[in-house]
Design a binder for this molecule. Structure first.
Ligand code: HEC
Length: 114
């Protein structure tokens, strides 16, 4: 007589499904975590391309418009977005920069805070 084979275990099956659920959740978590990082990166790259010539890569080149300064950091995101998009010297909405990109730029400006 053979010992009975282990019956196919419903438990093992359920574990497999659990693992797949965990893997799926991990993938979602990674994507969710990566989106703001991508926006920040985008903002940094845009800043380098469109703003650094005047403002410097650290935003501090012009004393009167030091982007990391308390005065400018005190402005709201909405103020900065409007300024960058429509200020006569900036007017980036007319220069192929989208509102989404301006938001990414503002997020980048927040990282320049002293
Ligand atoms: C041609 C030069 C130039 C470029 C390019 C430029 N800026 Fe400016 N920026 C200025 C000057 C000059 C000021 C000082 C304010 C003024 O004179 O209007 C300023 C001021 C600012 C301010 C301060 C606004 C305030 O309320 O005081 C912000 C924020 C700003 N710039 C963001 C940007 C961003 C973001 C970009 C790139 C998308 C950019 N600037 C590109 C010249 C420039």
């Amino acid at each position: 007589m053979h010992p009975p084979d282990n019956p196919p275990s419903g438990n093992a099956n359920r574990k497999g499904i659990q693992m797949k659920k965990i893997a799926a959740l991990l993938i979602i978590a990674i994507i969710v975590a990566a989106v703001p990082a991508m926006a920040a990166e985008d903002g940094a790259a845009l800043f380098k391309a469109k703003c650094a010539a005047c403002h410097g890569t650290d935003g501090a080149k012009m004393a009167k418009a030091n982007l990391g300064s308390a005065a400018i950091q005190a402005k709201t995101d909405a103020d900065l977005i409007t300024f960058i998009g429509t200020n006569p010297k900036h007017n980036f909405l007319k220069k192929n920069v989208t509102e989404e990109q301006i938001k990414a730029l503002v997020a980048h400006i927040r990282t320049l805070k002293k």
